[in-house]
Design a protein around this ligand. Structure first.
Ligand code: GUN
Length: 287
């Protein structure tokens, strides 16, 4: 038996199509959703993400604004820019690409964003709202994972979910979302004793640790759903590289009931959810 492949690329394309339709209707009423992305420094991976975000934002008919700041920019200058974007009525979503250079206090920067424009869901107020079950801006990658899980399973109620990884960007909000959908949730991490045994209990495994192939195929309970958030570039020989997830795909696909591939699984959902959050922020701003 091999697992059903959960096609995030196709899912994200359908989501973007729905968003584009909503944007067209808003624009007919004179409202254009706007997203501002702030990139500090020259990190090549971040530059690629930011370029893709800008392109897809324009493709669904939204306004896209990019601010590229020098790696040595003073924190106050970054905070001033965020203040200006907060006050700009044509901007409904603000995203500051992470990681920021070491001399900048990331938490202070994220918390300077108007929570209503915080399309990443990283502002402490949105983190608190999510944790307390209130209406929140939800981080894009875990939101994309939840959409795929709901689409595949319908209800997640009562399922055993194990999230491997405890980052603020993926692991923690993922756990909150699964809890909100009535899963029994375990958050495992690098210090977890008997990680294999914990993962073996899971009906749903979400792997978000950033270590290529760490979750082995024989850790997976037969029939479980595996969501692989990892995007790791590894040596493929002959001077080439390839992308792999945090899950040993070839092993897991023989055991799991359903699995997301890398690439083409969770990755495309992240930007689609960013656009969905920007649309949501715009609709809330315009009542
Ligand atoms: N860096 C890696 N993932 C993300 C993300 O989802 N949002 C932002 N702002 N930066 C990131």
């Amino acid at each position: 038996m091999t697992a059903t492949i959960l096609d995030g690329k196709a899912f994200a394309a359908r989501l973007r199509q729905r968003i584009a339709g909503d944007v067209e209707r808003l624009r007919a009423d004179g409202i254009t959703p706007g997203l501002a992305v702030v990139l500090v420094g020259e990190d090549p991976a971040s530059a690629v993400y930011v370029r893709n975000k800008g392109r897809q934002t324009r493709e669904v008919g939204m306004k896209s604004v990019e601010h590229r700041l020098d790696a040595g920019v003073a924190q106050d200058a970054l905070l001033t820019l965020i203040g200006e974007l907060n006050a700009d009525a044509s901007i409904h979503g603000i995203l500051v690409q992470l990681p920021l250079p070491g001399h900048i206090d990331s938490a202070a920067v994220l918390d300077a964003i108007d929570p209503a424009k915080d399309v990443d869901g990283f502002h402490v107020l949105n983190v608190g709202r999510l944790a307390t079950g209130q209406k929140a801006m939800v981080p894009c990658t875990p939101l994309g994972c939840l959409m795929m899980l709901r689409d595949h399973h319908g209800s997640l109620s009562g399922m055993e979910a194990v999230v491997v990884g405890r980052s603020n960007i993926v692991g923690k909000p993922m756990a909150q979302l699964l809890l909100g959908d009535d899963c029994t949730v375990t958050v495992a991490h690098s210090r977890t004793r008997d990680l294999t045994g914990v993962v073996r209990r899971a009906d749903i495994v979400v792997a978000a640790v950033g270590r290529p192939g760490m979750v082995q195929g024989d850790w997976i309970k037969p029939g479980a759903t595996v969501i692989d958030v990892g995007i790791n570039r590894v040596d493929a020989g002959e001077g080439k590289t390839r992308l792999v997830g945090d899950v040993d795909f070839d092993g897991a696909v023989r055991v799991a009931g359903a699995i997301t591939p890398v690439p083409g699984g969770v990755g495309p959902m992240t930007i689609a959810c960013l656009l969905a959050n920007t649309l949501t922020a715009c609709c809330r701003a315009h009542g």
